[in-house]
Design a binder for this molecule. Structure first.
Ligand SMILES: Cc1cc2nc3c(=O)[nH]c(=O)nc-3n(C[C@H](O)[C@H](O)[C@H](O)COP(=O)(O)O)c2cc1C
Ligand SMILES: *[C@@H]1O[C@H](CO)[C@@H](O)[C@H](O)[C@H]1NC(C)=O
Length: 203
């Protein structure tokens, strides 16, 4: 009997979406880490994620696409496998998730492959984690998040913790990405900074 993958996942396969909210580095670091674990990743980037990759990071769009250990799929390709619930996966992480994509998912308006793959995760009861990012939040944003949270979608705002005494942005990003991947039961020791798991005040 082959032993199960040591990653905590059943199918060892995750879908990752990146949209045009600021903070595309969260998705990039998640992809890099999932690659080191040998998890099969399928990446879908929106047009505005391409813009933030260029604007906010030192990576090219091609560098980011190459992080996928499965494939990087065109967002307009509605015939891609994750368009169907019959294609198995362990769920989907959208990091970052814009308010526009949040709204599309909430409404079930699956006009591109990111919102369709998320729609499939909801209907198949597979984990869906949305790293939403906006501030301040309007009642529209909050209602969309509430509706999805009630369906079991994990609303994961990109909000740093400070109990780790972060020394810089890398610490903050790694800790947040570790907590995002915790939601899937993935082993996150390589990302979790010292003091990254709260164990009460130390003497
Ligand atoms: C530099 C930049 C930063 C942005 N930051 C955010 C953000 O944090 N949250 C958000 O909801 N939209 C943000 N937007 C706007 C989205 O990119 C825009 O709504 C877009 O239509 C989202 O489409 P998508 O979800 O298909 O990527 C930003 C746009 C740019 C250019
Ligand atoms: C962030 O995590 C990566 C992947 O495990 C690691 O290589 C890097 O050193 C970490 N960065 C910091 C600042 O801890």
């Amino acid at each position: 009997m082959p032993s199960p993958p040591p990653t905590g996942l059943k199918h060892n396969r995750l879908i990752v979406g990146m949209t045009g909210a600021t903070g595309v580095i969260y998705g990039v670091v998640a992809m890099q880490y999932l690659r080191t674990l040998g998890i099969e990743t399928h990446l879908i980037k929106s047009k505005w994620a391409h813009a933030t990759i260029k604007y906010e990071t030192s990576y090219s769009v091609a560098d980011v696409a190459a992080l996928a250990t499965g494939r990087s799929w065109p967002i307009r390709d509605m015939a891609a496998p994750m368009s169907s619930g019959s294609w198995k996966s362990d769920g989907m992480l959208i990091a970052p998730c814009s308010m526009k994509t949040l709204a599309a998912i909430r409404a079930g308006y699956s006009e591109d492959l990111i919102s369709r793959a998320a729609d499939v995760c909801i209907k198949e009861r597979r984990p869906l984690v949305l790293v939403v990012r906006e501030t301040p939040l309007s009642a529209i944003h909050l209602e969309n998040m509430l509706a999805l949270a009630k369906l079991g979608v994990i609303i994961f705002p990109a909000v740093p913790a400070f109990y780790t005494r972060p020394k810089g942005l890398d610490d903050i990003v790694n800790h947040s990405v570790a907590r995002m991947l915790d939601c899937f039961g993935i082993e996150t020791d390589g990302l979790m900074p010292a003091e990254g798991r709260w164990e009460g005040f130390r003497p």
